[in-house]
Each structure stands twice: as C-alpha cells, then as structure tokens.
Write a protein that binds this ligand. Structure first.
Ligand code: SF4
Length: 338
C-alpha cells in the first residue's frame, strides 16, 4: 500500500527510528519486491548484456558475451561505445562474431582481424589484447566446442562455486598464451587486465557477471552454460545457478554493505562469496538472481552513495538498510535537539 509515495512498511520504519526501536527483519521480504520491479528486460538497455541479446546464434552470443563482459569496466557510456566499436570492426570483416573467432585458426583470418582491431582502445586495453583474447577463445572452441564446455569440464559437480574451475581454465589460457608468445605473438602487459582469477583474490566482477549471464536462464540471462545448452556436449551437465558468485561492482558492493551482507570493508573474492552465502537465505538455489536488480538501483541513480531521505523513504529496502537507518537516526536526533 502506498500513501503519498511512502509505503506502509516505510511509515513503520520511520516510526521505529523515531521511537529508537531496532527490529531484525528477514531480508527476503524486502529484496524480493526489488527483484520483481527491476529484474526486467525493459532495463536491459542500461546493461552490456543488451548487446548479447542482439544475436540469436549461441556461439555468436558466447563470443559477444565474453567481449562485452571483459569490456565492462569504466562508465556505462564508455563501455557501450567500446562494445559498439569492437562489434563494428568485426562486422567490417563481413563475418559474424563466431565466424571471426573460427577464422583465427588460419593465418589469413588472424591477419585480417589484426588489421581491423588496430587502433582499438578501451581505457587500459588496446586492440592487440582483444586479438589475443579472441585467439584463446578460438583455441577453447577448437578443443572443447565452446568456452562454456571448456569451463564446465573443469568445474566439479559438487564444487560450491565456479571459482576453482575458472582459475583452471585461465591456467590453460596462460599455457596457450605462452605458446602464442613463443611463436611471436607476445601479449602486452595490459592483456592481464582482461583476466582476473579468483585465486588472485579479486572480486572478478566481470567474470562473475558473465557467469550469471550464461548460467541463469530467464528473460534477462541466457542459460547457455547450463544443462541442455547447444554449447555443451550432449548429455553433459552444465553449471547450476547455485554455483554462481555475486558480481560486486561499485553499486552492488555498497548496497550489499548497506544491507549488512558483509562486514568486510574491502570488497574482494571472499566478500563476494560471503555476500552470496547471505543471499542464499533469500533464495537457496539462485542467490545471484538479485544482482541485476540491485545493480539497477545504482545505475539508475535510485540509490545514491549519500543518504537522501526523499529517495530512501520510498525505497523497498529502507527497513533493512543500515545506511539509511543511520541517516534517519541522526536526522531524528537532530530534530529532537532543535
Ligand atoms: S541507501 Fe536508501 S535508496 Fe539505497 S538501499 Fe538504502 S534505503 Fe534504499
């Protein structure tokens, strides 16, 4: 029930703060409405995943998902510009993204891609990084049929998350990268920025996000690395949503802290695993389903990094948000004093 933009629940929250009452409430009751509101394809245009939805062939989708995910750092406008630029360069070859990846088996394909990718820049990365990245994808496809199949072959069915499997896939890539380097295709230092391994302890936000896109399946996510996908060998079990880890970016990281999902100050792999563990209390089988919706709160400026009473009092999370509760308390004590 909403009265003048303020829900009944939030009126109670404001009263609780005034009366200095602290109540512990189940997060699920408040986070599920956020999921229902914002986990919608109408918001895809604010996300790099939108580029993947432009394609229908699963191998094109895998290639575009890999490119879009690793380019997803910096501001949204720059990310979209760089993905568009990269896809246009591939299109100028007269090839689909998947056909370009396959063309890299031949010297002529490699020379053509090197020619069109020259001059490409996205913040710390340059065109040659994407050439090598594409070479590695191409090798995974040759050996396993897809990168998803490569990854699935390295994740044990009882692994609690995909982290160890992804790290093993990157070890394969490292060995193949050395091979390319010995054959004269050396990588730049900037290439390392594309590959963030869970074993290094970083949040691996872009890879966690890619995994969410490719393992969950609904109107937003594609389910292409899940059981039954054409990208996997027939009969091979895929990854399941319970093995995903929450992608932590500036928005989902701070909102998770506001909700008390982690008490860690620094957001790293351990924090991402801890937050995922807490979200299992809201959905034991699919804890990462909240990522897209929580991220929208930040991207659409619906939750800002400073306390704004006019925004927070209409937010579904107000009653479980420690940050807003603190803001409301100090406001209440200021008004009592004056
Ligand atoms: S800070 Fe405000 S807008 Fe952000 S999650 Fe908390 S209550 Fe919602």
């Amino acid at each position: 029930m909403s009265m003048g933009g303020l829900t009944l629940s939030n009126r109670i929250a404001l009263k609780d703060v005034k009366n200095k009452r602290s109540v512990r409430l189940p997060l699920k009751n408040f986070i599920d409405p956020v999921f229902e509101k914002y986990h919608r394809s109408t918001y895809l245009n604010s996300d790099p995943l939108e580029f993947v939805h432009r394609f229908t062939d699963p191998w094109d989708q895998e290639a575009v998902a890999l490119f879009s995910a690793v380019l997803a750092y910096g501001n949204v406008k720059q990310i979209r510009k760089s993905i568009t630029d990269l896809l246009e360069r591939i299109e100028s070859l007269g090839l689909s993204p998947a056909a370009m990846i396959r063309s890299l088996k031949a010297t002529s394909g490699r020379e053509s891609f090197l020619r069109v990718i020259a001059g490409f820049i996205h913040r710390f990365n340059v065109g040659h990084d994407f050439y090598l990245f594409s070479r590695l994808i191409s090798r995974s496809w040759e050996r396993h049929g897809s990168f998803g199949a490569h990854l699935v072959s390295l994740v044990a069915i009882d692994d609690s998350d995909f982290g160890p499997g992804l790290s093993r896939a990157f070890l394969d890539w490292e060995a193949w990268g050395k091979e390319f380097s010995e054959a004269g295709e050396k990588s730049n230092r900037s290439f390392g920025y594309l590959i963030t391994s869970p074993t290094d302890g970083s949040t691996c936000k872009r890879w966690c996000m890619l995994l969410r896109w490719m393992v969950r399946k609904d109107e937003i996510d594609l389910g292409l690395w899940a059981t039954g996908s054409p990208l996997l060998p027939i009969g091979r079990m895929g990854l399941n949503p319970g093995q995903l880890v929450m992608p932590l970016d500036t928005h989902t990281g701070r909102i998770s802290q506001y909700l008390g999902l982690t008490s860690r100050k620094s957001l790293n792999w351990k924090a991402a695993v801890e937050i995922t563990h807490e979200l299992r209390k809201c959905d034991p089988l699919d804890p990462v389903k909240y990522d897209f919706a929580l991220c929208r709160l930040g991207i659409l400026d619906l939750c800002q990094s400073r306390f704004r009473v006019e925004i927070c009092q209409t937010c579904d999370l107000l009653r479980v948000c420690r940050f807003a509760q603190k803001g409301l308390s100090s406001r209440a004590s200021r008004s009592t004093r004056s």
